[in-house]
Structure formats: structure tokens, C-alpha cells
Design a binder for this molecule. Structure first.
Ligand code: DAT
Ligand code: MG
Length: 150
């Protein structure tokens, strides 16, 4: 299914460190379609909702305040297997274990400053897209589709 969608977010450290263009380029040049993008400050309540499944973790408070420490860039990307492939492009949660060539492997060092979020499953992607883009995404026909998919 080439219209699978995932929620990708450049975290405050990624924005502050000037990685926005680099990260967008990695998804775009792969052939994925950008369906929505906005820069925004995140409220504590919204960050807590996004990471609700981690609320019992000892790092939850630090994670929420990190997510609220500066603007993020929220995006929806679309394409065949984009959830799974997006996670590969991003790399392992802990940058110490992320392979070189992945975003986390190339651009960060610590798990609490790992520059980017990507949905971990199609169901969580749909949930996160609804949470971050209640206004919906941009529907348009990407002109390069026939050059990317056979
Ligand atoms: P991912 O972001 O790879 O989906 P996750 O959903 O397990 O990872 O955790 C969400 C974020 O929480 C992660 O990007 C960074 C932070 N985090 C996870 N495990 C952590 C840990 N052991 N210590 C500190 N922060 C952690
Ligand atoms: Mg996760």
C-alpha cells in the first residue's frame, strides 16, 4: 500500500541544531511524499498525550519538559511501508546503538536528546496524525509517483 502514512517530528534539539532541512531531505530523496508540515511550540498537556504510553517511566517528566523546551517541526510522510522504513531512516531509540547512516546514528549522542520522533506502527501513526494534525493533511497527486512505484 503506497498511501501508508507516518508521523515524523523533529524535536526541539533537532530544530535548534539546524537539522530541519537535512532531516526533511532524507525522507524526500527516498521518495516519500510530504503530506503535512508545521512548526509549533508544544504544550505540556499535548506532549503528555503524545507520550501517554510512557507515563509510568522514570524519564517521563524529563521527556515532556524536553519536548516543550522549544519548537518542533511536525510532519506527515506517505509512501509504501513508510512507518517501518521511517524507523530505519531514524535509527535505534538510543543513539549509542543507532547505526551510522541513520539520523540518530549521524546526529546525536544521548537518548534524551535524540532529535527526532517517528511512529512505531501503522495504528500509532494514525493516532498520532490525528493528535498533531486535527485539521487534516494536504491531499494532492504527487507527480513523481510513476517514477517511484512500478
Ligand atoms: P522511540 O522514540 O524510538 O519510538 P520510545 O517510544 O521507546 O522510543 O521512547 C520515546 C522517547 O522517550 C525516546 O525517543 C527517548 C525517550 N526515552 C526512551 N527510553 C529512554 C530512556 N531509557 N531514558 C531516557 N529517555 C528515554
Ligand atoms: Mg516511540
Amino acid at each position: 500500500m503506497s498511501n501508508e502514512r507516518t508521523y515524523i517530528m523533529i524535536k526541539p534539539d533537532g530544530v535548534q541544531r539546524g537539522l530541519v532541512a537535512e532531516i526533511i531531505a532524507r525522507f524526500a530523496r527516498k521518495g516519500f511524499t510530504l503530506r503535512a508540515m508545521k512548526m509549533m511550540n508544544v504544550t505540556k498537556e499535548h506532549a503528555e498525550k503524545h507520550y501517554a504510553d510512557l507515563s509510568s517511566k522514570p524519564f517521563f517528566g524529563g521527556l515532556v519538559s524536553y519536548m516543550c523546551s522549544g519548537p518542533v517541526v511536525a510532519m506527515v510522510w506517505e509512501g509504501k511501508d513508510v512507518v517501518k522504513t521511517g524507523r530505519k531512516i531514524i535509527g535505534a531509540t538510543n543513539p549509542a546503538a543507532s547505526e551510522p547512516g541513520t539520523i540518530r546514528g549521524d546526529f546525536c549522542i544521548e537518548v534524551g536528546r535524540n532529535v527526532i520522533h517517528g511512529s512505531d506502527a501503522v495504528e500509532s501513526a494514525n493516532h498520532e496524525i490525528g493528535l498533531w494534525f486535527p485539521e487534516g493533511v494536504c491531499e494532492y497527486e504527487p507527480c513523481a509517483k510513476a517514477w517511484i512505484y512500478e
